[in-house]
Structure formats: structure tokens, C-alpha cells
Design a protein around this ligand. Structure first.
Ligand code: PEP
Length: 252
């Protein structure tokens, strides 16, 4: 919908160096970027402050993960307070690699969602089914279960939901080159929006951006972006390349 501002996130995963990041900053600053698109990039934690300092304020910067408390004896973790302290407004939570490589369960992701919101951050929580779940006809059930854990932690206040951008990322499409068809993406996005309407409120359902993620490229982004319930993308591999600008401009 045109009521929801188109949103494109770039998840760099565990990629990049000071040298390669200078190149990414360069193509983002050169653009030109459609000013109607909200753009957020998620560098690895060691580069957050430097990327924040290098990019114009209109481009948001996200951490790729955080812990569920503000500080303490949690070696190796970073907190939402730290992310905010260095001037970054966003955090990605529950990415499929956090869920399936690092074993993060719904309950932990929900605790992170609640704490990051209370610390003032905006969030990109991610959900999505695995291939065997899709093939077993469980796509809806899995996505609803993951969304319920997140939604229960967000609550019902539309002003809090305004800081939440949901990413639907089917696991079988992430980093595989197997993109969901526009029809497959639209079907799940519409189901997620219906779930929000029934279980949170029609207002939250209408206002919340739902992104598609999974092998989005400059070639497939326009048709996906034309689907009524696809409000943008979370992009992995292609966010490291100048093609990311074409994805940001998918609605042009
Ligand atoms: C992601 O990391 O969220 C992602 C969707 O990756 P890719 O675009 O590389 O499939």
C-alpha cells in the first residue's frame, strides 16, 4: 500500500572490511535513492559506529542482533542501550541465521523484542518457514507461531508498533537464489496482515510494514514490490553491491 512507506533494509551479515564498507558507503551516497524509500543498513557490530558516522542521517543503521538486558556479565553480547548510545536506531532480531545456526528460540527472541523496544530502538524482527515446513503445509502455522511470540512482546499500542517492521523471510529463499514468487510472497504477507488485524488490531495491521526477504535482486525486486502487501525488502547478498540502489528504487 502507498500508505505504508516503502522500506528496504540491507543485512550485511558477517561480511565487510573497512575498505569494502567505504565502497558501500560510496554507492549509497551516490545513489540517487528514491526519497520515498526508508533505507536501513545492518553492518557487523564492529563497524556500526563508523558506518553511522559515514552515512547521511536519512539512512538508518541497524545492529544485526542484541541481548535482552542493558548491561552485565554477558561476554560477547551487545545491548540495545549500546546501540542507541552510538547513534544507531535499529536492530534486526530473530534472523533465520540466529534462529537456525545459533538456536535462538521464539521465547528468547520475544524477550529481546520487549527489551529493545523499552530501550527505545526500532526493530526488524524476522520470521519464516523452513523448506520442510512449507512442504508439509505448515507455512502458516510456523509464521503465526513466530509472529505471535513477537506480537505478544510488542503489545497493542500502535505507537509502539510504529517502531516495528516485520520481515517475512522463508528460510529456503535466504542466500539460495531461490526467490519466493511474487504470488507466494503476497499470499503469506496477506495472511500475516490478517493475523495482525485479528490478534492485535485493524489499525496495527494497516500501518505495519511487512518486508519480504530471500534472494531479492535488482532483477526480481520490481514485481515483488508491486504486490499489495509487500512493503519493502530485507536484502542480504545484494545489499553489498551497487545493485542495492536498484532495489531501494524498486517502486520507481
Ligand atoms: C537476509 O540475510 O536477510 C537475506 C534475505 O539474504 P539474501 O538476500 O542473501 O537471501
Amino acid at each position: 500500500s502507498t500508505d505504508r512507506r516503502f522500506f528496504v533494509g540491507g543485512n550485511w551479515k558477517m561480511n565487510g572490511s573497512q575498505a569494502s564498507i567505504a565502497g558501500i558507503v560510496g554507492f549509497l551516497k551516490a545513489g540517487p535513492l528514491d526519497p520515498r524509500t526508508e533505507v536501513v543498513v545492518a553492518p557487523p557490530a564492529p563497524y556500526l559506529a563508523s558506518v553511522r558516522a559515514q552515512l547521511p542521517a536519512e539512512i538508518g543503521v541497524a545492529a544485526q542482533n542484541c541481548y535482552k538486558v542493558a548491561s552485565g556479565a554477558f561476554t560477547g553480547e551487545i545491548s540495545p542501550a549500546m546501540i542507541a548510545d552510538i547513534g544507531c536506531q535499529w536492530v534486526v532480531l530473530g534472523h533465520s541465521e540466529r534462529r537456525h545456526v545459533f538456536g535462538e528460540p521464539d521465547a528468547l527472541i520475544a524477550e529481546k523484542v520487549g527489551h529493545a523496544l523499552s530501550a527505545g530502538l526500532s526493530l526488524i524482527p524476522c520470521i519464516g518457514e523452513k523448506l520442510e515446513e512449507r512442504e508439509a503445509g505448515q507455512t502458516e502455522a510456523v509464521c503465526y507461531r513466530q509472529l505471535k511470540a513477537i506480537a505478544d512482546a510488542v503489545g497493542s499500542d500502535p505507537a509502539v508498533w510504529a517502531r516495528v517492521v516485520i520481515a517475512y523471510e522463508p528460510v529456503w529463499a535466504i542466500g539460495t537464489g531461490k526467490t519466493a514468487s511474487p504470488q507466494q510472497a503476497q499470499e503469506v504477507h496477506a495472511q500475516l496482515r490478517a493475523w495482525l488485524s485479528q490478534n492485535v488490531s485493524p489499525q496495527v495491521s494497516a500501518q505495519t510494514r511487512i518486508l519480504y526477504g530471500g534472494s531479492v535482486t535488482a532483477d526480481n525486486c520490481k514485481e515483488l514490490a508491486s504486490q499489495p502487501d509487500v512493503d519493502g525488502f530485507l536484502v542480504g547478498g545484494a545489499s553489498l553491491k551497487p545493485d542495492f540502489v536498484k532495489i531501494i528504487n524498486a517502486r520507481q
